[in-house]
Design a binder for this molecule. Structure first.
Ligand code: ADP
Ligand code: MG
Length: 248
């Protein structure tokens, strides 16, 4: 894993619409946010409030209709093919349903982002280190179906960390897991941030997860309706009271 620090993300007047005419939906509606390097931000809000669309825009999986996204001083909406490909290599994405390739072993899933394929042998050491870092040492040859949901999400996180991204985007990473396993996945993400300094933005419905992040951004109908610094003026260990007070 590389040692560089996390990315700074700046989103300005970002909008994304779907459909046309009377059917048109503004999934992300004039969102502006600056996300500090090395912070862990929880994106919350009801289903349909724009969390996934905002993550896809920041990850350059979708293009905005309006506004800009600047990551470490580079405006990503201005990038063309080669620049975009390089940017996507610098961003890790984790999904609710893991999205592992079922026919591939843990090791080959983690190596899957490395292109061209012949370069994979050069990345074996990194892949093995990441598998160990997510707590799956010894399971390199297992297939996804032989793993629990929590273990599969650990594989997906290791895969997202190939190349040492400065930014990790996670769309409901604990949404398919029981609360204990979900808390362990968040422990893993927070530990990775502490060790490697990456910036993490995660969408979540779960108050126990959001309450342990550094900042909570709540969306409603595509707009930011609440933006709270959760680290200010309180004991960071005291997340139970925090969750109750925030009515997350
Ligand atoms: P969330 O992740 O908070 O549930 P989404 O970003 O998935 O919200 O969706 C925001 C809104 O945009 C919803 O109304 C959703 O139906 C709509 N939407 C999202 N993606 C698409 C798409 N590809 N085509 C049409 N509508 C979409
Ligand atoms: Mg979503």
């Amino acid at each position: 894993m590389s040692e560089h620090t996390g990315s700074t993300v700046s989103v300005e007047h970002l909008s994304r619409r779907f459909g046309s005419g009377a059917e048109q939906i503004t999934a992300v509606d004039d969102v502006s946010l600056t996300i500090a390097a090395g912070s862990v931000v929880a994106l919350t809000g009801p289903s349909g409030s724009g969390k996934s669309t905002l993550l896809h825009l920041v990850g350059a999986i979708e293009q905005p209709d309006e506004g800009t996204i600047t990551v470490d001083g580079v405006e990503i909406s201005g990038l063309r093919r080669a620049g975009l490909a390089r940017y996507r290599q610098r961003v890790g994405f984790v999904f609710q349903r893991y999205h592992l390739l079922p026919a591939l072993t843990v090791l080959d899933n983690v190596l899957a982002p490395v292109l061209p394929r012949r370069a994979r042998t050069d990345h074996l050491t990194q892949a093995r280190e990441l598998i160990e870092a997510v707590g799956l040492a010894g399971r390199e040859r297992a297939l996804p179906a032989q793993l629990s949901g929590g273990q599969q999400q650990r594989v997906a996180i290791a895969r997202a960390l190939m190349g040492g991204p400065g930014l990790l985007l996670a769309d409901e990473p604990t949404g398919n897991l029981d609360s204990t396993t979900g808390a362990q996945i968040l422990d893993l993400l927070l530990g990775l941030r502490d060790r490697h300094g990456m910036t993490i933005v995660l969408a979540t419905h779960e108050r126990a997860i959001a309450a342990r992040c550094d900042r909570l951004v709540r969306l409603g109908d595509g707009s930011v309706v609440e933006d709270l610094d959760l680290t200010e003026g309180e004991d960071p260990a005291d997340t139970f009271d925090r969750a109750a007070r925030l009515r997350l």
